[in-house]
Design a protein around this ligand. Structure first.
Ligand code: SF4
Ligand code: SF4
Ligand code: FES
Length: 559
């Protein structure tokens, strides 16, 4: 085990661990400011914000410091390394660097989208001089509002850290961004006619440490200090990117990637970043319904849930083998567990099936080469499986050993008059039911639909349960490789909707308020594959489930 000294504190490094001075200082809780360095990008050491004093411990125990300050981002910490990051010399360098970076900066914080989460603001406050000695007029460069479909560039706020350029070269591989010109005239730009529109392009906005690259979607929508952040998971595909959902007054404003080495790493794709708008769709199903002969009898949850309990018990009592439920790969594992255990409690003969798992094309890996061909090593994958929790729901169904059936078979049963009751869970905002299937299923004596948007069967439902989007629910998703992560309720859904967990908690007759952690603990006791849920919480990064042999997509759980 190697030992280094950071600001007079001893730091022990694990065997084989490679840290630079910034990371080593983080370990002892000290911040070395940095702009151009990012753990997922190559090191260029160009901004000079991280300059520190560095030395080596010689065999006789003496310490020899290097005569000049060195970039901490580029300097490895090893046995005997001594780093001084809080000396007057270092502080003077930080002041000088910031003064230089701010020379031509417009200081337009009041109208800048980044204000409140800007490293130029924060570092100026913590490490800067507090005034500028520049007498001459500032060098004003024109803004470029067409860097990409979703990205705009406020050129004069740029500090030329080149994080954005390196991202398009090293991660997306698409290389749309470059540095043009030199000296105080240098700017970030695209090649003529080739905007930065790759599928990962939005990440350059997050990477930009200042307010130069901005998201057109978020621009001037909110001051960031009004936003409340909830840790969650993108529901766009089975990669299951960890995200932060930012909202104010029940309106989601943006999704940004949350770094998670167990999940996707540091980034997310634009499909997920901008694909949440359906949450606030005017089309959302609001208010539940109990219908008789097609007529709405009530829209009151206090009537709908007890009536549904009675109707389900009656149908299962009549012909349990003709009752079935279709589980959506958009359900959380807690929801799937509650519904499956409830129905199997009514009768072990009730059939359980996995609903359609949409796949689009093939897994899309990055970086790409100039011709769009994937390159190794893969740094990011947008998965073809466009559902967040196929694997988790399948694991739950495997435990309950549901009779092998499919949505199509159930539709055929319905068309042949062999279906007594069908409980359908939707949730896929891009649609999940073909009209022919809806016609067959609609012939069941009792049709229950739990969904967020209208489908070809929602009007036919005897019971319509208006659930929540992923941003309105607590629970967990299991991604393609078995990583279980919690999703968090960040907004309340429209009036009349309820988070699905709450609907199922009430339907299954549990007392009090829906508690996802309590369901997880129960699952840990009852299902070996979910033993890792024992604590009730999965932490910020989630837990890898020790589950083997979950069948691949489209395979329905067998008895
Ligand atoms: S636009 Fe932002 S990320 Fe790109 S070089 Fe300028 S400051 Fe850095
Ligand atoms: S890769 Fe998948 S999970 Fe990640 S942001 Fe994109 S759609 Fe969402
Ligand atoms: S962060 Fe080290 S030089 Fe930029």
């Amino acid at each position: 085990m190697a030992t280094a000294i950071i600001n007079n504190q001893t730091l022990e490094l694990k065997d084989g661990e490679q840290l630079n001075c910034i990371q080593a200082a983080q370990r002892i809780g000290y911040e070395i400011p940095s702009y151009c360095w990012h753990p997922a990008l190559s090191v260029v050491a160009s901004c000079r914000m991280c300059l520190v004093e560095v030395g080596d411990t010689k065999p006789d125990g003496t310490v020899v410091m290097q005569p000049k300050l060195v970039p901490g981002c580029q300097t490895p910490v090893k046995e005997g390394t001594v780093v001084i990051a809080d000396s007057e010399k270092v502080k003077a360098a930080q002041k000088a660097t910031l003064e230089y970076l701010l020379l031509n900066h417009p200081l337009d914080c009041p109208t800048c989208d980044q204000a409140g989460e800007c490293f130029l603001q924060d570092y100026s406050y913590k490490y800067g001089r507090g005034y500028s000695r520049l007498q001459e007029p500032k060098n004003i460069k024109p803004d470029k509002d067409h860097i990409g479909e979703n990205i705009t560039l406020f050129t004069d706020r740029c500090i030329m850290c080149t994080r954005c350029v390196r991202f398009t070269r090293e991660v997306s591989g698409t290389s749309e961004l470059q540095v043009v010109s030199r000296g105080s005239a240098e700017t970030i730009d695209t090649f003529p006619g080739i905007p930065c529109d790759n599928k990962l392009a939005g990440n350059v906005v997050d990477l930009c440490p200042v307010g130069a690259l901005c998201s057109k979607d978020f621009l001037y929508q909110q001051r960031v200090w009004w936003l409340k952040t909830t840790k969650s998971v993108c529901a766009g595909c089975s990669t299951g990117c960890s995200v932060d959902v930012d909202q104010n007054e029940d309106q989601v404003y943006r999704l940004t990637p949350r770094s998670n080495p167990l999940a996707q790493g540091d980034f997310m794709c634009d499909e997920g970043r901008f694909g949440w708008k359906y949450i606030h769709s005017d089309e959302r199903l609001t208010f539940p319904a109990r219908r008789k002969n097609g007529e709405i009898r009530t829209r009151d949850w206090d009537d709908v849930i007890p009536s549904l309990q009675k109707a389900l018990a009656k149908a299962v009592g009549r012909a349990p083998e003709k009752c079935a439920a279709v589980f959506s790969p958009w359900m959380t594992v807690e929801e799937a567990y509650m519904l499956a255990s409830y129905l199997r409690g009514l009768s072990p003969k009730v059939k359980l099936a996995l609903g359609p798992v949409k796949t689009v094309g093939e897994d899309d890996t990055y970086p790409k080469d100039f011709f769009g061909k994937p390159k190794e090593p893969v740094k990011f994958t947008i998965r073809a499986e466009k559902a967040p929790n196929r694997r988790g729901v399948q694991m739950v169904l495997n435990h309950f050993g549901g009779a092998a059936t499919t949505l199509s078979d159930l539709a055929a049963d319905g068309a042949a008059g062999k279906l007594e009751a069908i409980y359908l869970v939707g949730g896929d905002p891009t649609g999940w039911l073909e009209s022919q299937q809806a016609t067959g299923l609609g012939k069941a004596s009792l049709v229950i639909v739990q969904d967020i948007l209208p489908s070809t069967i929602s009007e036919r439902a005897d019971f319509l349960l208006t659930g929540g989007s992923f941003a309105e629910r607590d629970g967990s998703f299991v991604n393609y490789k078995g990583l279980a992560q919690q999703i968090g309720r960040s907004v309340r859904g429209p009036d009349g909707t309820r988070p699905d967990g709450r609907i199922l908690w009430d339907l299954t007759g549990r007392k009090g308020l829906f508690n996802a952690a309590a369901v997880r603990k129960e699952m840990a006791e009852k299902i070996p594959a979910f033993a890792a849920f024992a604590q009730g919480t999965l932490g910020d990064c989630g837990v890898l489930l020790n589950e083997h042999g979950a069948p691949e997509a489209h395979v329905v759980a067998k008895a």
